[in-house]
Design a protein around this ligand. Sequence first.
Ligand SMILES: NC(=O)C1=CN([C@@H]2O[C@H](COP(=O)(O)OP(=O)(O)OC[C@H]3O[C@@H](n4cnc5c(N)ncnc54)[C@H](OP(=O)(O)O)[C@@H]3O)[C@@H](O)[C@H]2O)C=CC1
Ligand SMILES: O=C(O)[C@@H]1CCC=N1
Length: 273
Amino acid sequence: MTQKTIAFIGAGNMSASIIAGLVKNGYPADNIIASNPSTPKLDALSAQHSIKTTTDNNQAIEQADVIILSVKPQMMAGMLGDLSIDKSIFSHKLFISIAAGLPVSRLEELLVTPTAVVRTMPNTPSLLGLGMTGLYASAAVSAEQKQVAEEIMQAVGKTVWVEEESGIDKITALAGSAPAYFFLFMEGMESKAIELGFSPEAAREIVSQVATGSTEMVRQNDISIAQLRTNVTSKGGTTAAALNSFNDSNLTGITAKAMDAAIARAEEMAKTI
Ligand SMILES: NC(=O)C1=CN([C@@H]2O[C@H](COP(=O)(O)OP(=O)(O)OC[C@H]3O[C@@H](n4cnc5c(N)ncnc54)[C@H](OP(=O)(O)O)[C@@H]3O)[C@@H](O)[C@H]2O)C=CC1
Ligand SMILES: O=C(O)[C@@H]1CCC=N1
């Protein structure tokens, strides 16, 4: 794998997940630098992973081959506009954006110098090496740069390239935002378990074990997800009663509607940032 120096601009949740995944996968900590305006997150990352840190984005970008833009989409223009380094050096570097809803064309405008930009959409399970990242490369990105971006994101999970940039918004709904959907569902089960009299610890443990077991059955089988569901569902039994209740509320339609809302929000963000 490439051992290029990687700078993370913005040391929040998503950067922390990718950094942890990279280091766990053996990426040299000396080749990772994180930049953030406040120090507590930097101190934690430095203590946990022995990576380099700075509060100066210019310094981080200057020494890196690959720059991962990890600030909130709404902060990107301000952050890039505040840089005081000579932007002509950008043409020798690879920029990877993880920002939701921020088109490559807008990033290119903000970076000023013609620059290779890969737009990605990772998710927080990258922390465990179980990430799912969508990638989109603009025409300016070389085959070698595409490979570098892919290798970095594959160090923290699986990757999928999309041909059209609109595919990134779809991956945002399907993977970037999606851990939260599962957490919401698990929260619902956890609170009902507590209402039924289980201790919070037992409720969490049961929900976690059921989720892990179910996920592993999908991962370790070629059986369709629908068939796995059917296998649990005895005719006239308890599962059928629960599923009928979900279907009465159109869970499938609700899920599709929620994913459409995520895509619509990404498209809306693209027009405003
Ligand atoms: N969280 C997720 O699951 C996912 C997030 N993303 C994308 O990742 C990006 C980051 O999200 P997330 O990690 O959740 O957000 P966080 O708020 O956790 O992290 C953003 C970080 O950027 C820092 N920051 C703010 N201004 C600057 C600046 N000028 N220069 C450098 N750093 C700055 C913030 O510092 P401070 O707090 O000290 O102000 C903060 O630590 C977003 O663009 C989001 O769309 C993509 C996929 C999944
Ligand atoms: O909620 C968001 O906008 C970001 C992108 C995907 C996950 N978090």
